[in-house]
Write a new protein. Structure first.
Length: 213
């Protein structure tokens, strides 16, 4: 993602009530399922999810304050009665995810239009790589799922080679999500999905399920 630094965004995210700054702030035992999105960008997907599913707790994770601040500003601008109570954010690099979420605490993880890191020497930075998936395996509950969407064919083909090594089974995959009428009924668009599908790009998606360790 092209990143424009937004002055004041670091301080704004530090003070924001939408953001968990410390692992101890993440509530446990709420009785609600916990779904997280890693690399949420400006947050359209996770905000729309929080509105659609008020009985699920959502946490959006993003590395950059300048991007996350678009989401917190959008939420701040809502009247109090419309502010979602089931949505928070964490600003962090996903490589540190095991410091934030206990083992077996997450029901579902979304990876949407993850950065492709096309050079082979950067393959370990790709979020659907086996190295990251092993971290995600630890925090997911047994049977927990990861949904991954992208318009990048190389990244998708790479992802299809990785999940088995990290202890996941394939539940669903498509090379043209927007032609799958059944899957589209529950599809919530991301910013990148809208932009790239409008250009005529096909959207690829898989769902993988955690095998018992
Ligand atoms: C290409 S954008 C996609 C944004 C959004 N998910 C969408 O589909 O519109 C990828 C986002 O993931 C974030 N990101 C990439 N690697 C990350 C990591 N290791 N930890 C947290 N966020 C990351 C980037 O900063 C960027 O905002």
């Amino acid at each position: 993602m092209r990143l424009r630094h937004i002055p004041g965004s670091v301080e704004e995210i530090e003070k924001s009530g939408w953001v968990y700054h410390d692992p101890d702030e993440i509530p446990s035992g709420t009785g609600h399922p916990l779904y997280i999105e890693i690399g949420m960008g400006k947050g359209r997907f996770i905000i729309d999810n929080a509105f659609s599913y008020p009985d699920i707790d959502f946490i959006g994770i993003e590395m950059y304050e300048s991007v996350m601040v678009k989401a917190t500003r959008r939420l701040d601008a809502l009247p109090d009665s419309e502010k979602p109570k089931n949505l928070h954010f964490i600003r962090m690099d996903a490589k540190d995810i095991n410091d934030y979420f206990p083992e077996g605490s997450v029901d579902r993880i979304y990876l949407n239009f993850s950065d492709p890191w096309p050079k082979t020497r950067h393959a370990h930075r790709r979020l659907p790589s086996a190295g990251f998936l092993k971290r995600f395996h630890r925090i997911l509950k047994d049977g927990g799922e990861i949904e991954f969407k992208t318009d990048n064919r190389e990244l998708f083909d790479f992802a299809l080679e990785e999940y088995d090594k990290a202890g996941f089974d394939l539940v669903y995959s498509t090379y043209d999500l927007h032609s799958d009428i059944e899957a589209m009924k529950a599809n919530i668009m991301t910013e990148y999905e809208e932009k790239f599908s409008a250009k005529g790009n096909k959207i690829y998606k898989y769902t993988i399920r955690r095998r018992s360790a």
